[in-house]
Design a protein around this ligand. Sequence first.
Ligand code: NAX
Length: 327
Amino acid sequence: MVPLRIAVTGAAGQIGYSLLFRIASGEVFGKKLPVVLQLLEIPQAMKALEGVAMELEDCAFANLAGVELADIPEQAFSGANWALLVGSKPRGPGMERIDLLRDNGGIFVGQGKALRNAASDVRVVVVGNPCNTNCLIAMAHAGDIPPERFSAMTRLDQNRATAQLARRAGVPVDQVTNVTIWGNHSTTQFPDFEHARINGEPAETVISDRTWLENDFTETVQKRGASVIAARGASSAASAANAIIDHVKSFLIPTPRGHWFSAAVKSDGSYGVPAGLISSFPITKNETDDWCIVPDLILSEYGKAMIANTVRELESERDMVKDMLGS
Ligand code: NAX
């Protein structure tokens, strides 16, 4: 059987260390489908990456048909069916947001161009931050790859929101559905409790504490990344890897009827989000290869204002990298 080729960037980083073994185990693409991991790192991290490759080998995963290491994006993406863009430059001391955007933007210009070497069915998931804008940049340079094959990850935010609602309602997490993250993967995101459901009921009916939902819940989700850093001394890694797996599976497996998941995709103008921005929406995957933004949800004035706020931030990020968006 022809193996699926999965490119992962930043593969020697902490998310990579939680992610690669789960992909290699067959958990993501199925036990029957062999995978080749094509791992990209910067030259200084190649030695560490060799160690990760040794450990992958030492797991003797039946599914793992090969591990290829590269410090050149064109090589790492060659023939890839999925490209998981995790690697990026962390924010250093004293670094302004615009510096972070522009430093990482440069990486995603190059990687976007290199994606032209991928398989004709490639799907691209951007995780490295600022992931919405990095995705916008990569997409702008990727030649003929259709925009609908690109997404950026807000699944960790969705999972965080789901867990908070379940805890507050005192129910198992699988009873919480239809949680939407709107907008940017940042503190301006809108974790939408208004459309969320608990045991099929509106979350607000079950929790019936609007003040908690608008304040504690919303801020907990928006600032969870910083809370994990403050407690652990390092940013979310295992939960981020887990969210990548959920994200990929949601684009592979048809969404149960009436449910949806969150991911940042190219806006078609829905819900007042300017067309072309990479913004998080409620998404369903159908029986074929397609996905769509869930149409016709009714937004409250509160919801509209929350979305407008996060969209303003996305627009300002886009404006800061305008010169990187040419093809
Ligand atoms: P680490 O710093 O542990 O690893 C990043 C790796 O990327 C490093 O090994 C580095 O050498 C590599 N790298 C840097 N530039 C590269 C390039 N040009 N090509 C290939 N590799 C490159 O970070 P980690 O904790 O693994 O996080 C990775 C990224 O995910 C960060 O940007 C982080 O902000 C982002 N996150 C995104 C999340 C999301 O929900 N979208 C949540 C988790 C995480 O914060």
